[in-house]
Each structure stands twice: as C-alpha cells, then as structure tokens.
Ligand binder design. Sequence first.
Ligand SMILES: O=P(O)(O)O[C@H]1[C@H](O)[C@@H](O)[C@H](O)[C@H](O)[C@@H]1OP(=O)(O)O
Length: 925
Amino acid sequence: MEIKEEGASEEGQHFLPTPQASDTGDFQFTSIQKTPNEPQLEFILACKDLVAPVRDRKLNTLVQISVIHPAEQALTRYSSTEIVEGTRDPLFLTGVTFPSEYPIYEETKIKLTVYDVKDKSHDTVRTSVLPEHKDPLPEVGRSFLGYASFKVGELLKSKEQLLALSLRTSDGGKVVGTIEVSVVKMGEIEDGEADHITTDVKGQKCALVCECTASESVNGKDNLPFLNAVLKNPVCKLYRFPTSDNKWMRIREQMSESILSFHIPKELISLHIKEDLCRNQELKELGELSPHWDNLRKNVLTHCDQMVNMYQDILTELSKETGSSFKSSSSKGEKTLEFVPVNLHLQRMHVHSPHLKDALYDVITVGAPAAHFQGFKNGGLRKLLHRFEMERRNTGYQFIYYSPENTAKAKEVLSNINHLQPLIATHADLLLNSASQRSPDSLKNSLKMLSEKTELFVHAFKDQLVRSALLALYTARPGGVLKKPPSPKNSTEDSCPQDPPPPVRRQDSIPHHSDYDEEEWDRVWANVGKSLNCIIAMVDKLIERDGGSEGAGGGSKDGEKDPSLVDPIITHPREDWYEQLYPLILTLKDCMGEVVNRAKQSLTFVLLQELAYSLPQCLMLTLRRDIVFSQALAGLVCGFIIKLHTSLHDPGFLQQLHTVGLIVQYEGLLSTYSDEIGMLEDMAVGISDLKKVAFKIIEAKSNDVLPVITGRREHYVVEVKLPARMFEALPLQIKEGQLLHVYPVLFNVGINEQQTLAERFGDVSLQESINQENFELLKEYYTIFMEKMPPDYISHFQEQNDLKGLLENLHQNIQAKKRKNVEIMWLAATICRKLNGIRFTCCKSAKDRTSMSVTLEQCSILRDEHQLHKDFFIRALDCMRREGCRIENVLKNVRCRKYAFNMLQLMAFPKYYRPPEGTYGKADT
Ligand SMILES: O=P(O)(O)O[C@H]1[C@H](O)[C@@H](O)[C@H](O)[C@H](O)[C@@H]1OP(=O)(O)O
C-alpha cells in the first residue's frame, strides 16, 4: 500500500471509543493478543548512522509516528518522540504505546518519519490544528531526513520482536540510516533473562533491560473495568529513562477525563432544588405574620422561587450534555456550565523500575474552583462572605440577626425533623403490627427501634436556638409586639454584654417578650418523651401479663411516667395488645406533630432572617458558593473513587479510611494579583466547604456505578458503589456504612509574572494566611492519624517516613515568607503522598502552570524514589512536557499544542517551571 499523507489528522491520541474501534466493516483483521487492560503494543525507537543532508552538520532528530489503519488509506499522525540533539545515533526516551482500547491489528501499518530539527522554536506549527480537508502546513523549522514503515504483525513476529529498518528518502531510493523498533516486553521476561541492547546515551552505556519481577498489580487491574466507567478518553504516553545504575525504567503516563465532571454537578443541583423547594414551602407554611414580616416573606418567596427556576434551567441545560466528560478551559466563563469543573483530569504515572516494586502516582488536575461567569470584580467568596456577615451583623433592625452557626444549626435541626418524623411514624406502625400479631419478641424489637428514634428526635430540640426562635416568631405574629427593637442577645453559647455592642462583635439579636410563656414549649416537647415512656410501660406490662419474665428492654430511664396516661394500663388486664397500644401511639404521634409544627415554623423563621437581609446579595452569594462547591466536589469525588480503587488491596489504607479519614491536598498556583485573587478566594472557601462531605461505600446492585449524593448544603453524603466481590472484601466498619471523612487542605504559591507584581507592588497576605491556616489543619490531621492508627502500623510508618521533620520543614518554609517558595508545594505534596492522601494540582485552567507543576512532580518522584539518573532529570522533564500527556491537555483545551506562555512571562517563573523551547508561545486561549 502506498503511504499517502491525507490532510494529516491531528497528532494526538483521541482515538475512537471501543465500540467504533472494533467496527472494521467487512474486513477481518487479526487482533493483537493482549493482557486485559494493558497496552496492546509498546515500542521504543533508536536510529543509527543517520546521514546529514549537509556534511558535518550536527543532527537534532525526532521521529514522528503515524498509523495507517488497514481498512483505510489515510495516515493518522499518532505521536512523536522528543528531539535528541547532536548525534547521528539518537536513542529516544519517548516511546510509543497503543492502549487497550486503540483499534490496532497485525495488519495496521506504522510509518516512522525522521526529521532534522533546525530551529526548535519553530517546531510547533506541525501540530497546530488544521481545518478539515486542508493540506498540512509546510513543516517549518525542520527538514525531512527519511522514513520507514512496517506492519504491526511483522514487528510482533520478528526475532526478539525487534526490527532494524532502513530509512529512505521520500522517493524511496537512498538509504539515510537505520531505525530500530523494539517491542517493550515488560513483565514477560523472567528476572535475569534480560534483553540487552547496549547503546550509547550521551556517552553512557545503558542496558535496555526488560527484566522485571512478576508484573505485580499496583493499580488493582481487576478494578479497572469499574474505574473505566468513570474515566474516559485516556491519553497514554511511554518513556524509558536510565537509572543511576545504568538500567532502564519504564514510565507510563496516562491522562483521563471523568464523566463525574458533569454527573456530580447534576446530582448536586437536583439536591439544591429539592432543598430550596422544601424551604420555600416551609416559608409559605409559616402561618400568619404581622404586616412587616409578611411583606418580607412575600419578597423572599418571590426571589427564592426565581432562584429555584434558575437552578432548574441550569439543570435542564446540563442534562442535555449527556455523556460529556470534559469542560475545556475556553468554556470556563459559560453560564450554563458554571457548576462544572474546568479541565478535570486524572494525571497518572506508572513506574516500572528494576529491583523496585511497580508504583503508581496520581494527581487530579483541575481548574481552581471559581465562579468565572460571575467574575471577580468584587473579589471572591472568602472576602465576600466575610463582608456580608460583617454588614449583616452591624445593620438590621428590620430583621433579627442569627450567626452563621445558628443559621446552619437551624437548617440541621429542620433536616433532622424531616428525616426523623416519618421514621418514627413507621416504627410506631411496626409496633402496632407486632402488637396485633401478639409476638413478644417482635414487639420488643419494634419498641427498641421506636425508642431509639424518638430519643434522637427529642434530643434534636435540646438546643437553645429553638427556644429563642419560638420567642422571635411569637413576637412576629400579628399582635405579638416587640417592646423594643431587637437588641443583641445571645443564644446559650454566645454570651456578650447587652449595651451597646462593639460593632464587629454584634451577636444574635434575639428578642424578648414579657408575655411569652417560655415554659409552654418545654411542656409540649416533654410530652413526646412522656408518651414514649407510657408506650414502654405498656409494652412491659403486656409482655409481663402474657407470662414473659423479662421487661421490654426499652424501659423508662428515669422511671418517670405521666400518671394520667399510665393509669389505664392497670385497670385493663390481658386485653387485646393492639387495642391497648393504639391510643398511646396516637398520643405519641400527636405530641410529635405538635413539636414538629412549632419547631419547624420557628426555625424556618430563623432562615427567613438570613434571606430577608439584603435579599439579592444573599441569594447571589449562595449561588456563587454552590457553583464553587460543585466544581470542588466533582474533583473530590473523582479523586476519592480513584484512590479507593487503586488502594482496595491495601489493608492499612482501608483501616486509615474508616478510623482517620483521608487527607486531600490541593496545590494552588494562582497569583495573588488582579482577578486571580478572587479565584483564590473562591477556591479557599470551596475547598474548605468540602469538610461538609462524607463518603459511604455501598454495594452496587446494578450496572449503574455512578455515585449518589444525599444531604443538604451543610452536610452531604456521597455514596460510592462497589461491585459485590470488592465490597465483600472491605472491613466490616466500611461495609456497615460508616461515614468516611475527608480533610481538605490548600497550599498556594503563585509562580508567574503576576505574582512577581504582587510581591513587589501588591499584597501576598492572602496566600500567607491560607498557607498558615492550612498548615494547622494538616498538623491536626497528622495528630489524629498518629492517635488513631494502631501502634504497630505507626511504628513501621515512622521507620519509613520522617513526617515530623517534613512538617517542621513545611512550617519553616511557610514562616520564611520567601518569594515564590515552591518548596512549600513539594513538601506539602510529599507529606500528602506519605499520608496516603489524594493529590490535586490547580491553577486557573489546569492547563499551563499545572502542566509544568505535575511534570516536575513526576520527574522529582522518579529522581527521589526511583533512582532516575541525575543527568537525565532535565531531559526527562523536557520529554514529558514536549510529547507527554500534558501537551495533549493543552491541545484538547485550546486546539493548539503550545503552552500559553511567552518568554517574558517565563523569565519570572521559577527555573524548573519553564517548558522546553518550541513548546510555548502565543496561543489564542
Ligand atoms: O493553565 P493556566 O496556567 O491557568 O493558563 C494561563 C497561562 O498561565 C497564562 O500564561 C496565559 O496568559 C493564560 O492566561 C492562561 O489561562 P487561560 O485560562 O487563558 O488558558
């Protein structure tokens, strides 16, 4: 077949999804034998005796790899190697990998084209996106040297799976050197039975060793199909780097999107709609109010209804995006995609090095959670919320001030009531059912459940807030006159002087009323407990009279019984159990109904106060916080699921998960200048809000493995599903549904030219306080970790890791207030990895600065943990930045293979954060 380059499609690995990939029409092709979920084919390249077009010219070469699918004639550019400078015998560190889902067959033809790069800074045009059906642009900055091609089957069947092919000029005539293609056979060759190709890398002899111990699963390969349900469109790259003892290590880089990018926001918006509809209904059911409050309520309802409509519209729009798994950086300002995180990816590095265990390093990369559509003119959440609270505290007369804690408490109690009331009613009916069957055991069990839930219910109202809210509502009813304007008064825990308060310390302004009978509530509330006691006493009696010797187990704790309710028990021996219990259950339900009614109304009145003050502003802040939280949550759930799947076989991890919880560390690269200040302020709140999230692992009952979220704004539970086989292997505590907590921490270090301006002329205090606050949180986590993990685990852990030293070092670096102190990020990330945590890296778009940072982190890990040869550190970094997953990330975001930096900007960057020449430049982002 003649090789013809037809409108060279975009270089990159955005191959067809599996169903299409195997659709080869009428043709029958030979599949490559493969290990499930392993790449189908991986090879590495080296050239020998290349002939320079001009005598004595030093060659700087790269190989471009293209694929010709057997059913087509067209050539698809697939990937490139890095540029190897100054040699006629280049040995390339960037290899080629075809992941399991790629449509490749023995008949597939691979074309290798060797170029001589004369000007690296111009060597990027080749990969800019071309309009469809247009000829490729001329190759600027490079010249063609020669090409060779082979069929995949030929390579696989060749002796030692190695081909040495002649490189020819475009007319197929002159031989200009040789190219060696060698299959990477990691995991197949037994230890010692190494396949050695001796070659010269910058004067060093390296043995291409494919020796490895049995390919031990580091990623729990069995879990992969399940993980693949949430990860999409993987991009895979392969490298080989020399170790300090001159052996090769193999590095696989993988980057995948996640459908959780859209799934989580949709789940969350549905929850918000439910929560807000319920609150609006409760506001409507608040009963009669005096004209002032009634007008306020009407106003609030109008706005809140509009808000719900808006959330519904956003949900409708998002629901149209079925199957989407990626929001590009260029869409970050789109209104309908506001809740969706920007450029969310799993960035994974799989290291296979001689003598060491295989290792996986995951970082979730995502744009800083921020409300781009709303803008940053007035700052971000951290500032806006603070300002809002201050103003609310210091104004008001028209409304009553409740602290954010009390408002949150009101929401919590309301949610508990809504949850417990129907539950108690169900248990009460079950008790009656047991009574009608006259079954003592079942009666005891039902009573136990009823008692437990009722106790929880009674407990929920213990708070002083309900009391003060009842009084406030009383005064807001028609005729309930406020004798004086609401004066600052505390709830139980907020005690502060009455008259006059310092402006910023104004506490809850809860009114008093002399005619109000405060004890009435106590009576109503206590009646629930009393009626439960009557039921317990009755059950005891019934069982006793039936001949049972034991009590009913749920007996009254304090022996207190309301005589008026208990008397009938004594006078009617051995009657029908149902008949005896029925009136008592009715009384319990009535008493409960009364409590619920009063408490709901009073607490809804508390919520009305928050909304009543500066209405549109309050709703806009809620919206902004919801947007930022949604982006942060999507990333967190993605990170949690990946961490869970990759660590399922690690008992230490599972124990840590349910006894301590997980640290989630965010590296921020935002500058504290201009708009990015607002982004950082949004991000700081969004990440801190993740504390409100707990995870629960449940058994998947169907093929639908997507996580489910329950809860409300102050508290969410994310249910993560695992197939029965995996679920069974979990510790009991997790299987029993114990909530698993996360501890989010954020460390930010601005690195770009804007940060230079902030440092010279602006203010870096935001970054400093975030780092200081989060250091305290990290330290707290470490303390809990040390306290809660078993002593033998801790002693082993301490032998391996000097966490104390690392924390101390981090602390000193934060205190040092050095400019662009990137050591902070490295230390925080190292601590997170050692603590088995979830790693995140974020900048505005998670595209350029993030790419520099994750590639640096990967190479630093290779150096520190896998003995990467020190002379190859920069080369490895350049390979990853030039041809690795992250340049593909840039491409998929802005349709241009260039990091959006210019020379001037890069001069301000810390040294190791600068990409190689030719990979950056002006890109229209
Ligand atoms: O991925 P980022 O680093 O946030 O991308 C920045 C880039 O750092 C900067 O140099 C460039 O001028 C753009 O502002 C990039 O952000 P975009 O969101 O425009 O891609």
